[in-house]
Design a protein. Structure first.
Length: 61
């Protein structure tokens, strides 16, 4: 099933598939502050933590 394949891929690679916030940030459509603002309300979820970790890994949190 496709959803299980995506979940497995995300888990193994540590990446999210089709994450619009990440795509926008990596392409320069939004800046670090905007990504942080989008991640804040989601901070208690794995998705929000993933967004916050993008900034941390880039050394810009």
């Amino acid at each position: 099933d496709a959803s299980q394949f995506i979940a497995t891929l995300e888990h193994r690679q540590g990446l999210k598939i089709a994450c619009p916030e990440e795509i926008s940030w990596r392409n320069g459509f939004i800046d670090d502050a905007q990504l942080h603002k989008l991640a804040e309300p989601l901070a208690k979820s794995g998705y929000g933590q993933y967004l916050q970790n993008l900034l941390k890994e880039a050394g810009r949190s």
